[in-house]
Structure formats: C-alpha cells, structure tokens
Design a protein around this ligand. Structure first.
Ligand code: PGA
Length: 263
C-alpha cells in the first residue's frame, strides 16, 4: 500500500499553549497507521516544546522555513543545522515565502541544498499563480522552479525529497484545483524529474497536493496516480478537520485495498 504523507502547515498561528492543546486533541483522535505519516509544521517557537510532547509514532515535525547558512551574523534567522535534531522535514519555497518575502529561485535552491546537507527532508513547494495559469505558463513555471530548486541535488537526494504542488490561486482561497489539473501538474513534475534524474528518483520522490484541502475533497486527489499526500494549511488548525483528513485517507486506503483484493 502506498504510504500517504499528510503535512499540517500552521503558518504564523497558535502560541505555545494553543499549539500544545491542538496536539493534545489531535493525539486523542489520530491513531497510529502504518500507511499514513502525519507531520505537523508549527511556528519555530513551538517546535521545541512540541518535540517533547508528541508521540513520535504518531507525529513528526517540520519547520516552515530556515536559513541556508549554518551559522553566523544573520540576525533573526534560524539555520537547518540548529533544526536537524528537532525536525524530519522543512517546508521550502512556499508561495508565501516566494511572494511576501521575495525569496528568489536561488535562495530556495540554497535552502533545499542546506536541508539535504543537514539530513532534513525538504518539502519543496512549487506552483503557478492565477495569471500564469491563464497565460498558459503553468508548465514553464513548474519547470523553472524545479530546475532551480533541485539543481544542487543528486538523483538519490531527489528521490528522498518531497515536492508539494500548490497552485497559488488555490491556497487559502477555498478555490480547489480540479483533480484533472492536479493530475496534469503532478505528471509533469514526475516526468521532469525522470528526464533529469532518472526513473529511480522519479519513482521514489513523493509529490503532495496543497491548496484548500479539507476532508471532503481528498478522495478526488487520492485517486490520482502519483499523488502521495497533502500539504494542508487552514484545515490543519482545527482538530476536527485535520483528524478528519487523516481518517478519510484511512477509509480511502481501506476501500482501495478491498477493490485491489477483489481483482
Ligand atoms: P490552505 O493552505 O490549505 O489554507 O489553502 C495550504 C498551504 O499554504 O500550504
């Protein structure tokens, strides 16, 4: 059974006690599933206390960002080196970092390389804006973001990475991307990786969908070949909706396994 990765990106929400309460509630509802990996990406401030609170068989932690230098005079930044014992994953190149904080393709490339150097799995976010989609530039945008983001990695490192396809217009808008659009983009991402890094890397690479994901919409995406899970923003802040996403995934997997068995 394909393992599904579900990442909750809490963005700049929840102070330490609110975060602790949410984890407590999620832990009551989410069971340990062999075929589902649940990852929480709280604020930087909350990573340390949550690392002591979580049951590591149920949850793993991700950082939402880090700086690519290991140490030095970089006021306000936190390095991947500082995070390496705390997190399994780091989200890199989220559209909010690209568009609000003006992160360039080069910065994102250096962050992906720094994550890998520090043995943290990068979740590289890629995706087009509404205008780029309407102008027919989706594949070109994905190409440029992938080419630069992965350029310092080996085929093996790419195979161990995670790419999140997040169309910018679907993030936080309630305007979900239709499954056929996601299928096209994900298949493009995998074919790019196959062409540049070979079939092994492309097969092993995990690709997520993100953008207004809720429990009600996930089955449409789980059916797409090549989608390995979700990057969830708003719905990850509510214990019912986030545990609902995990539960719906489990039900989908069970149904899918039954159908496979009947064949
Ligand atoms: P959303 O955010 O689920 O609220 O659309 C997704 C994301 O920003 O990763």
């Amino acid at each position: 059974m394909r393992k599904i990765l579900i990442v909750g990106n809490w963005k700049m929400n929840l102070n330490t006690s609110e975060a602790s309460l949410l984890v407590h509630r999620l832990a009551e509802r989410i069971k340990i599933h062999r075929d589902i990996e649940v990852v929480l990406a709280p604020s930087m401030l909350t990573l340390q206390p949550l690392s002591l609170q979580i049951d590591r068989r149920k949850f793993r932690l991700a950082a939402q960002n880090a700086y690519f230098r290991d140490e030095g005079a970089f006021t306000g930044e936190v390095s991947f080196t500082m995070l390496r014992d705390l997190v399994h994953y780091v989200i890199i190149g989220h559209s909010e970092r690209r568009h609000i904080f003006d992160e360039t393709l080069d910065t994102i490339r250096d962050k992906v390389a720094a994550a890998v150097r520090n043995e943290i799995t990068p979740i590289l976010c890629v995706g087009e804006t509404k205008t780029e989609r309407l102008d027919g530039e989706t594949k070109q945008v994905l190409h440029d973001q992938l080419m630069s983001g992965l350029s310092n990695l080996t085929a093996k490192e790419v195979g161990a990475a995670v790419i999140a396809y997040e169309p910018v217009w679907a993030i936080g808008s309630g305007d979900i991307a239709a499954p056929d659009k996601v299928a096209d983009a994900v298949s493009y991402i995998r074919s790019y990786v196959k062409d540049v890094f070979g079939a092994r890397g492309a097969n092993k690479l995990r690709v997520l969908y993100g953008g207004s994901v809720t429990p009600d919409v996930i089955s449409g995406y789980l059916g797409i070949s090549g989608v390995d899970g979700f990057l969830v923003g708003g719905a990850s802040l509510n214990y019912e909706s986030f545990s609902g996403i995990v539960e719906s995934t489990r039900k989908w997997q069970r149904r899918h396994a039954e159908v496979e068995n009947e064949r």
